[in-house]
Ligand binder design. Structure first.
Ligand SMILES: [Zn+2]
Length: 335
């Protein structure tokens, strides 16, 4: 049986969203429940409103898939979307001011709602909350069936969440010579090299986790020194090119896990996400190769940064990607 805990603020957030729209346009609303899972429990810390609908009416609404993608990628590992909510704006007394969470008269889970939940179930349990703006009911999957769950609503600050931060600051250098002019497949090789390195280094035998959540890895710690941009330097050679990577990466995760294996595994996964962003998001390799083999001696590519933060009043940590201030520096060959 899955246990569900919702913060009072997430409940008020989704009720308010549904009620406001029911009163103003009479339309259904959608949103996402964000939080985290631990063992058999799902903690809902926040309700995030859908702002961009493909269509929206009184009897149905569809979110723009890009909106969910944007929300899903805005959280680090172990935190994020744990369910969705939608409204059935079918009360006839929306102008009477009252709230009664024990009143469930119009908040059924329709056949379509069941299908949506089953389709999204996947390996992780996903919640589905239905509200009329006044009360709510919560559903989850159990042994392939949709069951009603009574959430425990807690009136507390985000600190009760028990999420603990773990972070590392790593400096990874790698270089290699490649044949041919295929930049992307070569960068992919370098990426795989770094991932393999982390797979062998970020393990309990080689990494230590201090009580404040700092993870240090022998030989890879960047220390407290200069925190420059991550860079890739490329130099064309006679039959290919030479690449030199200098990656400064500081992954951060928030988890309830205490097991060092689990913590390091999450950190490795988070690192892989950050690395993918650094290597692929801010660099246009196709364009780069068009001038790398013209009259350029070397190119230095600056990458952005991945950052994870949680303010004291944030229900959950948020992740953001910061593009570099300047993307490239070119050194042209003397003629
Ligand atoms: Zn519905």
């Amino acid at each position: 049986m899955v246990d569900v805990t919702m913060t009072e603020s997430s409940v008020q957030g989704l009720l308010g969203h549904a009620l406001e729209e029911a009163k103003s346009s009479g339309n259904e609303v959608l949103g996402w429940l964000t939080g985290y899972r631990f063992r058999n429990e799902i903690f809902v810390m926040d309700a995030v409103q859908c702002r961009k609908y493909l269509h929206q009416s009184r009897v149905g609404a569809h979110a723009d898939p890009m909106e969910e993608f944007r929300i899903a990628t805005g959280y680090p590992r172990n935190a994020g979307i744990v369910g969705l909510y939608h409204s059935h704006p079918f009360r006839d007394d929306y102008h009477a001011e009252f709230r009664d969470l024990s009143d469930v008269h119009s908040i059924f889970h329709s056949h379509t709602d069941d299908e949506t939940l089953i389709a999204r179930g996947g390996k992780k349990n996903t919640l589905s909350v239905v509200t009329d703006g006044v009360a709510l009911s919560c559903f989850a999957m159990e042994a392939g069936k949709v069951v009603s769950v009574e959430p425990k609503i807690i009136n507390g600050s985000p600190e009760i969440s028990g999420l603990k931060a773990f972070s590392a600051s790593l400096h990874i250098q790698a270089s290699s010579t490649f044949l041919g002019t295929e930049l992307t497949s070569s960068i992919r090789e370098v990426e795989q090299f770094i991932l393999n390195l982390l797979e062998t280094m970020l393990v309990p035998e080689k990494a230590t986790i201090s009580s404040n959540g700092k993870v240090s890895v022998q030989g890879l710690d960047s220390g407290s020194g200069k925190r420059g941009d991550s860079t890739v330097m490329l130099k064309p050679t006679q039959d290919g090119f030479y690449a030199e990577l200098d990656i400064r990466i500081s992954p951060k995760i928030f988890t309830v896990q205490e097991d060092p294996n689990e913590v390091l595994c999450s950190l490795r996964n988070e690192l892989a996400d950050d690395l993918a962003y650094l290597l692929w998001d801010s660099v246009d390799y196709k364009r780069l190769s068009s001038y790398l083999w013209s009259d350029v001696e070397s190119v230095c590519i600056f990458m952005g940064k991945a950052r994870t933060m949680k303010g004291p009043n944030d229900p959950l940590p948020r992740k953001s990607f910061i593009p570099p201030k300047r993307k490239l520096s070119l050194h042209r060959a003397r003629r």
